[in-house]
Design a protein around this ligand. Structure first.
Ligand SMILES: [Zn+2]
Length: 144
């Protein structure tokens, strides 16, 4: 072998080593790229799942709020008195006149307790227990 052959062989060997390094480097980059794409896919799936769960939770909350609001608006007739629980009453049961709808008040007529219209429309019912006891009965019947 001539010195030029040795130089050519050395250059060829160096080129082979560089090509091999480049091949393995590219292989490593491809593997890392695949791993990153897998991670991106997993994260995208988790984000989608979390978003769907959040949307579902928000919808459930809205439905509960609507049901709660609907329950608040339903009047109840108890012992001839209309009871309502609205935002206007602070979400608490309150007695109302069944004739004109104004708030009912407790009063005493001779020796009897009565519940009557605060607007004095003429509506009244006898009740020996009074409005607080009646409200407790309505609350107990609607506790569940
Ligand atoms: Zn009235």
């Amino acid at each position: 072998m001539t010195p030029i052959d040795w130089i050519l062989c050395s250059l060829l060997l160096a080129a082979c080593v560089a090509a091999t390094r480049l091949f393995f480097s590219n292989l490593r980059v491809e593997n890392e790229k695949k791993a990153l794409l897998t991670q991106i896919g997993d994260l995208t799936g988790k984000i989608t799942e979390m978003t769907e769960r959040e949307v579902s939770a928000i919808k459930n909350q809205e439905a509960q709020t609507e049901r709660h609001d609907a329950d608040l608006e339903k009047p109840v007739l108890h012992k001839g008195i209309r009871f309502r629980r609205t935002h206007e009453t602070g979400g608490k049961w309150a007695a109302f006149c069944t004739k004109c709808g104004l708030p009912a008040i407790g009063a005493q007529r001779r020796s009897s307790r009565i519940v009557m219209c605060s607007g004095r429309c003429g509506w009244e019912v006898f009740d020996r227990d009074g409005i607080p006891a009646l409200i407790k009965e309505v609350e107990d019947s609607h506790a569940a």
